[in-house]
Design a protein around this ligand. Structure first.
Ligand code: SF4
Length: 59
């Protein structure tokens, strides 16, 4: 399974990048992106998945 952000759902609120800057960043397009090579097993990744207000993050 690969960690991904559904850009059709993401609002660019920035919460995931705040909670887990090791794995998510807000791109120039204003939406969240998974940082290439990020450690998907980090606990903060689960936190971001749980707390994304629109459920845009999955793996
Ligand atoms: S928390 Fe969800 S809606 Fe907010 S930037 Fe991250 S993926 Fe997008």
């Amino acid at each position: 399974m690969a960690l991904k952000v559904d850009r059709d759902l993401c609002t660019g609120c920035g919460l995931c990048a705040q909670l887990c800057p090791e794995a998510f960043e807000i791109g120039d397009d204003g939406y969240s992106h998974v940082i290439p090579g990020a450690d998907e097993s980090l606990p903060c990744v689960d936190e971001a998945i749980d707390q994304c207000p629109v459920g845009a993050i999955s793996r």
